[in-house]
Ligand binder design. Sequence first.
Ligand code: NIG
Ligand code: FE
Length: 375
Amino acid sequence: MGPSHQLSRQVDLSSHPRRVEASGKTVLPGFIDSHTHLAFAGTREMEFELRLQGATYQEIAAKGGGIKSTVQKTRQAGKEELFAIGKRRLDQMLSLGTTTVEAKSGYGLSVEGEIKMLEVLRDLDRAHPADVVPTFMGAHEIPPEYAGRKDDYVRLVIEEMIPAVAEKKLAVFCDVFCEEGVFSPEDSRRILEAGRRYGLEVKIHADELTSLGGAELAAEIGAASADHLLFASEKGMERMAARGVVATLLPGTAFFLFLGRYAPARKMMERGVTVALASDFNPGSCMTQSLPLITTLACTQMRMTPAEAILGITLHAARALKKEEDIGSLEPGKQADIVILDIPDYRHLSYHFGINHVWKVVKKGRVVWENPSLP
Ligand code: NIG
Ligand code: FE
């Protein structure tokens, strides 16, 4: 990091065949959104209003709203429709500087429904300049036809969904919503171990709304990341640090659900945990694709510094996706995924919030987006 006269001593910029003049701008690695639920149909603004009137996320879910209502709409949507929705959302992300997006299934909750979502994600990855990293999340909720039969559903995930997804090579990661009323730590362990056996890397939605031991489980099974972690225990954080599990914090969700608390980012960093930041983009608990906004929340609500927040959406996010060899920093040998911002200093990304400062986006060495409103 530093001003250009220092950098040009390390890298001979003048001889580079594809030169982009960026004097007076700020150049950062392309942003990496390492936790999203990108490919959902329909939106849930009604629930937003209900929550403003006092209903909680869990109460809405218990009445058949929440994830289940998005499952219904996503099951009804055809692949072309989901692709068009996803493409538009990826365009918006790219315009905000995001060049790599992790995206989860989890609104199909049947073998066909999950495969449909993952095939759409594969097609989006092929068609769009942004890279899409697919995660299988059949264990996102218990679908209505399995109400009261959770164990049967867990068996379906383990015995049918995971083998089918693995056989078609449709996912890199396997994720589970480990939460009270959804999947217990024991269910989660069984599902994630099955994913492992089929060659999937592991992630967990852990300790988001209650303290269930998700952080400990993530450490025990060596997950790439544990995500949310508002209620992570002291022991859980220490074990994550020891095992090298990345903590992916999602302050947009804590903000949008007005939970009145945020994950203890500083405590985690003091204990040596690598902290990544992501949007958690989804229609219920965080309807934003803006990583710059997430950095502002990380700074103001979790007391991260602007530099720590930028690491959270670049190098540390790359680590959460096990892609730090290729992306996440501007170094010789890595992919040229670059965002050029019309700001005088990197701190302005979090400090001057609520507008888009992105000037140009470079993906794999090619300019893939230019801001029409910035000269
Ligand atoms: O990360 N926690 C589970 N999944 C999402 C919410 C998905 C939804 O509400 O549709 C989350 O918060
Ligand atoms: Fe999530």
